[in-house]
Write a protein that binds this ligand. Structure first.
Ligand code: PAF
Length: 298
């Protein structure tokens, strides 16, 4: 990445009051504040959110916090990649004003027993496979928003269900922040950028684009397939077939869902979201693709 060249690291603080003071100063000058929450180990997907927010005229704050509340006891919290010096350089290059990096011992200390639990859209798929995950995300994002109080919250489409869950939370809890969603950024072979990709072995990395191929196969089945009406079953079969190439992975799901509910779309629907999750021994990957078709769903 171009930003890997040396430059002064972005200003970095664990102090909520320092963040609030900076936000107040920027607002006093009439700036709109955009906020990009991250768990660090940044990639071009994160940087594209920052670039888009800046292009819209906002001043950007980012957070780096590997949120322990969103990892299950058997998940990869300890192994999650971390590199503060690299993140600070990339964020400086991207032009963020300030990085808020709270310390877990203060932000989510022992005894932090309050959770923001979103129902409905948070329940299927990731909600079922990763119990407590979305409560951990919603809790920490609420806390970050209380500190930063931004005008815009920027999230990536790769985590589509997270976007839907947080949209629900923002609406239900009357947060006055505008949610903005940036497109998934991909490697040349289609693999969606994710901080976890670094953990894939060479053999796993070679198989990982099967997720993107599966999504495209699902889309082709919905759009073509010689049927008058689109078929979710045919799309899901096509996705599973493409995923057979990923012999090292276990497929958690490969489905067509309604993007509002993350459950099966209604008959007659004319759009949906293909979602896929596969578990390689070194990292679990997810991806999705929006599809519109004509003729309704069978
Ligand atoms: O998408 C992520 O990196 C995290 O889930 C988030 C939104 C920063 C909350 O910890």
């Amino acid at each position: 990445m171009a930003g890997d060249a040396w430059r002064a690291p972005a200003p970095w603080t664990a102090d909520a009051r320092a963040v609030q003071a900076r936000v107040r100063r920027l607002r006093a000058r009439g700036a709109a504040i955009a906020f990009v929450p991250t768990m660090g180990y940044l990639h071009a997907g994160h940087l594209s959110l920052i670039a888009r927010a800046k292009k819209g005229g906002a001043r950007v704050l980012a957070s780096v916090f590997v949120n322990p509340l969103q990892f299950g006891p058997r998940e990869d919290f300890r192994a999650y990649p971390r590199d503060r010096a690299r993140d600070a350089r990339l964020l400086a290059h991207a032009g963020v004003e300030l990085v808020y990096a709270p310390r877990a011992s203060a932000f989510t200390p022992e005894g932090h027993d309050t959770r923001v639990v979103v129902g409905g859209v948070a329940e299927p798929l990731e909600g079922e496979i990763r119990p407590g995950h979305f409560a951990g995300v919603a809790t920490v994002v609420s806390k970050l928003l209380h500190v930063v109080e931004p005008d815009e919250l920027w999230l990536g489409q790769k985590d589509a269900q997270q976007v839907a869950v947080l949209a629900r939370m923002l609406h239900d809890l009357d947060f006055s922040v505008r949610l903005r969603v940036g497109a998934t950024v991909r490697e040349a072979d289609g693999l969606a950028l994710s901080s976890r990709n670094i953990r894939l072995t060479a053999a796993e990395r070679a198989q990982a684009p099967a997720l993107w191929r599966a999504l495209r196969a699902g889309r082709a089945a919905l759009l073509g397939g010689g049927r008058a009406r689109a078929s979710a079953a045919a799309a899901e079969r096509a996705m599973r077939e493409a995923l057979r190439a990923a012999t090292l992975a276990r497929v958690d799901y490969a489905q067509l869902v309604d993007p509002a509910t993350f459950r099966a779309p209604a008959r007659g629907a004319s759009h949906g979201l293909l979602v896929v999750a596969a578990r390689f021994p070194s990292a679990r990957l997810i991806d999705n693709l929006k599809v519109r078709w004509s003729g309704g769903l069978a």
